[in-house]
Design a protein around this ligand. Structure first.
Ligand SMILES: [Zn+2]
Length: 162
């Protein structure tokens, strides 16, 4: 089985979904709270001065607790709103990995100054959903280098006092 999992509806994370779906036929997972952002991809494209990519149907609402079996691994959806309202992270327990979208980065967190962003909400999401994970979980952010939950819990300046 294959699946296309969208962490959030910013154009740099979803612009290729239609082509990927056409090529693979895999179902597309996205949290429904980002549907409005996705429906206005033309606005995001105009900010960046780029052509609006073709849109695809979202097949499955990626909600908290949703599990996707891919090969031997299970992907678990965590709702981590704040960067956008529909931002999700994907935990792969069998591989000790977390795909964090634009929620958590090495020494940083996702920006919250774009439409749908909420600076208190992203910190709540990280505190309640990501920091309780094991130290050795490898975090694969949407941009920049990999890190671990333990490192970010200890050293990320944005998470001090959480
Ligand atoms: Zn983003």
């Amino acid at each position: 089985m294959k699946a296309i999992v969208i962490t959030h509806a910013h154009i740099d994370h979803i612009g290729g979904a239609q082509k990927l779906k056409a090529a693979t036929g895999a179902p597309v997972y996205m949290n429904a709270r980002d549907q409005e952002l996705y429906d206005h991809l033309d606005v995001q494209a105009s900010w960046l001065g780029m052509k609006t990519p073709e849109q695809t149907e979202i097949d499955v609402d990626a909600r908290e607790g949703e599990r996707i079996a891919l090969g031997a691994a299970e992907f678990q959806i965590l709702e981590t709103p704040g960067h956008t309202q529909g931002s999700i992270s994907v935990l792969i327990p069998a591989e000790n990995k977390l795909i964090a979208g634009d929620t958590l980065f090495l020494d940083s967190i996702g920006r919250t100054d774009l439409p749908g962003g909420d600076s208190r909400q992203i910190l709540r999401s990280i505190r309640d959903k990501l920091l309780p994970l094991d130290d050795e979980i490898v975090v694969i952010p949407g941009h920049g280098p990999k890190t671990t939950i333990g490192r970010e819990r200890e050293r990320n300046p944005f998470l001090r006092g959480l």
